[in-house]
Design a protein around this ligand. Sequence first.
Ligand code: SF4
Ligand code: SF4
Ligand code: SF4
Length: 251
Amino acid sequence: MINIGVFKFASCDGCQLSFFEIVEEILKIGDINISFFLEAQSKNRFDEFDISFVEGSISTPEDIELIKKIREKSKKVVTIGACATSGGIQSIRNYLNYKEILEYVYPSPEYINSLEKSHPSSDFIEVDYELRGCPINKKHLLEVINSFLLNKTPNLPRYPVCLECKIKGNPCVLVLGKPCLGSITVAGCGSICPSYNRGCYGCFGPIEKPNIEHLQEIFKEKGFKGDMFEDILTSFNAYNRTYREQYEKES
Ligand code: SF4
Ligand code: SF4
Ligand code: SF4
C-alpha cells in the first residue's frame, strides 16, 4: 500500500484540483491510499507518507513548523505549482516594503502574523521533486506519481518553451514585436500562449541556466516598455531562486 498526503499552504487551490482530474488514473495504478487531503475528504489522518504533495507557499511561522513536520513524516516530498516551488504570485511582496503593504491591505495589521516574505518549501526543507506550472499540468502530475512508484526520475521537459513553440511551427511573437519569456522558461505547457499569438509570461518558471541578460538585451533592443527583469519578478515565480539571485546581483 502506497500512502499519499496532499497538503495546502498559501495558494489558490488550483494545483490540487489536478488530482481530481486524474483520480481514475490514480485508482488504476493500484494499491494507493490518500490518507490526508483536506480539500477532497472529510476524514484525514496525519500519518507516515510515502509521497507528500505540497501546494502553496510558506507564509506564516506555523507554515514553517508544518512543512518541517511533513518532511519528517514523508519518504518523498514533491512541491506542486509556482506557489510551492517559487513563492508564487504572492511573493511579489518580497521585493516591496512589507510594513507598508500590511498597512495598505489590512485595517488592523497588528493582528497579522505572516512572514515578511512568501517562500518556496525548499527554503526550509529538502524537496525531492519540484513540479512546475501555474497551475500544474495533470499529465505531469500523473508522470510524477508513476515515476516515484517505479523509483525513476520523472520524464518531464527541461528544455525551454521555445523548443515546443518551434516544433509546433508557431511564428515567433518576440520577433513580431511582443515580449515573450519562452527562451528562459521551462517547457511542458505545449507553448500555449505563443500558439494563441501572445508572449509567454513565464508561469512554468526558469530553465536550469536561463540567459536572462541576453533576453533583457533583446527586450531593450525591441524597445519594450518597463524593465523586463522587474516584469519577471512581478509574475508567477517571483521568488524562484534563480530570479532571486539575479535580482540580488542587479540591486
Ligand atoms: S501555482 Fe497557481 S494554480 Fe497552483 S496554487 Fe499557486 S496560484 Fe494556484
Ligand atoms: S514566440 Fe516566444 S516561445 Fe515561441 S519561439 Fe518566439 S520567443 Fe520562443
Ligand atoms: S506559454 Fe508560458 S505563460 Fe503560457 S502557459 Fe506556457 S509557460 Fe505559462
